[in-house]
Design a protein around this ligand. Sequence first.
Ligand code: PMV
Length: 366
Amino acid sequence: MSATSQTQQHGLITAQAPSNIALVKYMGKTSTEGNLPANGSLSMTLDSLCTWARVRESRGGLNWNSDLFRGDEKVGSFSLRVPELSQRGKERILRHLSRVLEEAPAILSQVGLRSRVPQGLELGAANTFPAASGIASSASSFAAVTWAGVAACADSFSDFQKAWQTSSELRRFLAKLSRKGSGSSCRSMEGPWVRWEGQDAWRVSGTSVPDYTDLVLLAGKEEKEVSSSEAHVRVTTSPLWQGRVERATARLGHVESALITGDINALAEQVWQESWEMHSLFHTASPPFTYWLPRSVDILRFFAHPQRFQDLPRPVVTMDAGPNVHVLVPTAFAQQWRAQIESAFPHLEILEDRCGKGARGWSEGQ
Ligand code: PMV
């Protein structure tokens, strides 16, 4: 009997994948084909700051359909919003869905699952990030689309669901596939701490740090002037690029050890240095660029003297390719930290999300 079939239509499949925040950054590629990174990276997976990707079987072809969302759906306290995607954005994500449908049967068969071929799919996506919050949604979007697309190719959704929960191999296969659409999305499949090296991403086990909460300090909401794809290319022109891969590799080892031994001071120290190093690459590239806004600098200055906050656990402070500052604090101290920040920056908007376990999904209406 063939391992693929054309029977049984699935109903609506929804995948939820969170965003992740890198502690050791993926910056610079050895190959744009498949997004292979110049160095290993490590991130914390978030929970409710996420994307939902929804697919419904159709008569043929792959099409974007933003009407797959009802408009009143929520994740925790965050409302889901369907983003206004440009034609280019839609094409990029549909191209990825097409790659997912091509590769899914081989992946499913490697974990002992039967597959089927959907005639066509309609795809919609919605995010919980507030509109124009400066938070990149490509990691969560590509992870969610990958999950939904592979699930749509499984002969039995419930078998896929079970395999997702029990098979680390399946989770790694999906991470690998997602990476081809957007590099950092491979770190959104699992959580809370995920390491990515070359082709593979996996959950770091044996950690002994407490649960963390990410306080995202929104320093600016403008559209980025330099995309992350462009940043990956431009950093290699910086004189500081020399030795970067070796430094990042050493730091990755220190960060992973700090997570395992529970040394949150060492973690904070390493991550602070890493964030400054990535932004120094931006500032010294040719031509140079920056994501910092005056408000970002005010916030960095506030956190530059950790000895000021000795009665609270030291926060892990980092910035992505954007103006916002992520302040990761042990969840048990999140409200105390939030109060400190609000008193220093009374008008600052703060998003709050805890660490999470990665992607998941469900199906409705067979
Ligand atoms: O996945 P990309 O190509 O959007 O690159 C992400 C790059 C950073 O967010 C700046 C760092 C990282 O590791 O997530």
